[in-house]
Design a protein around this ligand. Structure first.
Ligand SMILES: CC(C)(COP(=O)(O)OP(=O)(O)OC[C@H]1O[C@@H](n2cnc3c(N)ncnc32)[C@H](O)[C@@H]1OP(=O)(O)O)[C@@H](O)C(=O)NCCC(=O)NCCS
Length: 128
C-alpha cells in the first residue's frame, strides 16, 4: 500500500505519505474489488479506487506515473472500475478534479464526463 500512496504523492494528488498510506489501506480493505492497480514491468504505474452509495459510483485517486502516460492506461482503469461499480448497481459516476488541473479535466472530458455545477467546499482544522 505504501507504493500506491507513493504514486499518489509523486503525481501530486496528496502531500502526506503517511495519511495516504492509511487511506489506501482503508479503501483496499473496505472493498478490494473496486481498488485497481496497474502494474507495468513490475512497477506500480497506475491506480484508481471507487465506492458506491445509493447507486452513485465515486471514482477516486486516479493516477498514472508520468513515464507511463498517454498510452491508454488511465482510460483502461476508469473503464474497468466503471464496469465493476455498475455490476454493484451504480448508474451514475462522479469524481472531483481540482480547478487548476486542466490535464485531469481534459482526461475526464475525453472519458465522457461533464462538469456538474456544484460548489466543492471543505473545512480544515478542529471542530469548534
Ligand atoms: C490524468 C491521467 C490519469 C491520464 O492518464 P493517462 O494514462 O495518460 O490517460 P490515457 O492515455 O488513458 O488518455 C485517454 C485520453 O484522455 C485525454 N488526455 C489524457 N491526458 C490528457 C492531458 N494531459 N491533456 C489533455 N487530454 C488528455 C486524451 O484524449 C487521451 O486520449 P488520446 O491519448 O487517444 O488522445 C494522468 O495524466 C495523471 O495521472 N495525472 C496526474 C493525476 C491526476 O490529475 N489525476 C486525475 C485527478 S482526478
Amino acid at each position: 500500500m505504501e507504493e500506491v500512496a507513493r504514486l499518489w504523492v509523486v503525481t501530486g494528488l496528496v502531500d502526506d505519505l503517511e495519511a495516504a498510506t492509511v487511506e489506501a489501506t482503508r479503501a483496499f480493505l473496505a472493498d478490494p474489488y473496486v481498488f485497481l492497480v496497474g502494474i507495468d514491468n513490475g512497477v506500480v504505474a497506475a491506480t484508481i479506487y471507487g465506492s458506491i452509495d445509493a447507486g452513485r459510483g465515486m471514482l477516486r485517486r486516479l493516477a498514472v506515473l508520468p513515464d507511463h502516460r498517454k498510452r491508454g492506461i488511465g482510460a483502461a482503469l476508469v473503464r474497468a472500475l466503471e464496469h465493476r461499480l455498475a455490476e454493484r448497481g451504480a448508474d451514475r459516476f462522479r469524481l472531483h478534479v481540482f480547478e487548476a488541473n486542466e490535464g485531469g479535466a481534459a482526461f475526464w472530458k475525453a472519458m465522457g464526463y461533464d462538469r456538474i455545477p456544484a460548489r466543492y467546499m471543505g473545512k480544515f482544522g478542529p471542530v469548534p
